[in-house]
Design a protein around this ligand. Sequence first.
Ligand code: SAH
Length: 238
Amino acid sequence: MAPHGEGSEEAMVVQDENRKPISSILIVIAMQTEAMPIVNKLQLKEDLDSVFPKGVPWVRYHGVYKDLHINLVWPGKDSTLGVDSVGTVSASLVTYAAIQALQPDLIINAGTAGSFKVFDLYGVGSRQSFSTPNLLKELNLKAGKLSTGDSLDISPQEEASIVANDATVKDMEGAAVAYVADLLKVPAIFIKAVTDIVDGDKPTAEEFLQNLAAVTAALDQAVTQAVDFINGKCLSEL
Ligand code: SAH
């Protein structure tokens, strides 16, 4: 006999959620340079009546694109130093506040990242992102394990841990977004465009800045294609 009771009811609810069309997406991006091409492409407008606490630098852009409500949040410029609020602390806070205020069906953390010369490593996820086999195939993207740390440069300890865990891409926000998304049970996917080769010959900061403009164009394209693919689909079809 099929089991009854709470367990199976919960499973049914999850299944139903996965089967209804996705209607609201939250895109979390760390840098203005990464965000603006996507804001422009999807014709999002800045929110003038913020859903966030008064005084925080966090910025929200929103709009309707095809059948989707899209919110894009960016943690803004550090109020003292004027630089983008990159890193895990602001990424987790803005993700938390945005989920609470906007209740998205799906989160996309989009951004740039460093990669490694060796690509033939496979990932063993310590925090599994939402699985999107069809999206990967359709967009012809590579899947890999992402390592997050609060520094652009790599320390020997971080390198050892990246190697030990078979990570192939390195950023400064992904794990923070994954943590909050998992905490609040919102599926999350991560789209990263590579600006620099961490174990290459060039200094990372130099290579990052050199490639940033070209790579944000690639990121914009990948995110737009992903949003187009997601439009009209439910989670289980991704
Ligand atoms: N110099 C910039 C800061 C860049 S921080 C400034 O002045 O504001 C780098 C950003 O790009 C982070 O958001 C991070 O997620 C991403 N990134 C790109 N390449 C990276 C790498 N090799 N390691 C870590 N993060 C990287």
